[in-house]
Write a protein that binds this ligand. Structure first.
Ligand SMILES: [Zn+2]
Length: 290
């Protein structure tokens, strides 16, 4: 079910016009903007850099490894998915991988950045919605929702989790990634935005408290973390232009080396090794119904 983000009225017609409060969200390039007040607040996603960011997201070991872990988690916990919402689709690379694994699923690509969505729509043809993660216009609408590095940017991660629970169908759930607490990231692409850090137990408590049951949790990029920290500290001494993914840029040799460490880490995990630290944390949770 869809609802008006302004008044909460259930929308029964195909479009987004609300007959109760008469709000008609603006649209641009075929993308409905449900949070027009956030357009322009791009976390540094300048339009001219979006295609370059797509390249970084495609090649960088961190993005590639995160995509792989998410797909593995989805395959294990949600082998049947009919509908999927990517709450912060970025350049759309994850959804492209997702579509390969779940070709029949209905996909919605969401982001706060309408310029990013325009690129995603042009490149992949996904259905796109510009929206605020704290005001989702959905109830019982998706089998699974992905919130990949979303919570740390929200003014209230509790509100985002409440919205995710409301938007999940019975039997459905969420996959969430966040930066792990011990990470020391560079002053990055959103210097003014608050960016929370999470420990795995604290994240699990928050997600459980929001009405989910966490079924899987892990940290990732553990083996690469010392080298990443060293590499970042070297970058810190250089001029730092505000560009998306600057702290993810690597030379190809270093990038391959980091990617190799991630593959070793994954093999160790499959052999039963459990890592407590890491650059990021990932959880899978199923919505509880009373
Ligand atoms: Zn309304």
């Amino acid at each position: 079910m869809r609802s008006c983000v302004r008044c909460g009225n259930a929308l029964s017609t195909q479009g987004w016009h609300c007959w109760s409060c008469d709000w008609q969200p603006p649209s641009t390039s075929g993308i409905v903007c449900l949070a027009p007040e956030l357009i322009g607040d791009h976390d540094g996603n300048q339009a001219s850099l979006l295609r370059e960011f797509a390249h970084v997201e495609d090649r960088n070991f961190w993005f590639a490894y995160r995509r792989r872990l998410i797909i593995e988690a989805l395959s294990r916990w949600f082998p049947q998915i009919e509908s999927f919402l990517d709450l912060s689709c970025g350049a759309g690379k994850f959804l492209d991988d997702f579509r390969t694994c779940y070709p029949a699923a209905t996909l919605v690509a969401a982001d706060r950045c309408v310029d990013a969505l325009r690129e995603v729509r042009r490149e992949y043809g996904f259905s796109c919605l510009q929206m605020d993660p704290m005001h989702l216009p959905f109830a019982d609408a998706f089998d699974v929702i992905g919130a990949f590095d979303v919570l740390q940017h929200a003014a209230s991660d509790g509100i985002v989790l409440d919205q995710l629970r409301k938007a999940c169908r019975q039997g459905g759930g969420i996959v969430v990634t966040v930066p792990h607490q011990r990470t020391r990231r560079l002053r990055g692409n959103a210097p003014r935005a608050p960016e929370a850090r999470y420990t795995l137990p604290a994240l699990i408590r928050k997600v459980n408290a929001a009405g989910f049951t966490v079924v899987h949790s892990q940290t990732f990029c553990t083996l690469a973390l010392p080298l990443m920290t060293l590499s970042m500290s070297k970058q810190r001494t250089r001029p730092f232009p505000m560009a998306v993914g600057d702290h993810r840029r690597r030379g190809p040799i270093l990038n391959d080396m980091f990617g190799g460490l991630c593959m070793i880490e994954r093999q160790l995990e499959k052999g039963g090794v459990r890592f407590a630290n890491g650059d990021g944390a990932l959880i899978v949770a199923v919505r509880r119904f009373a």
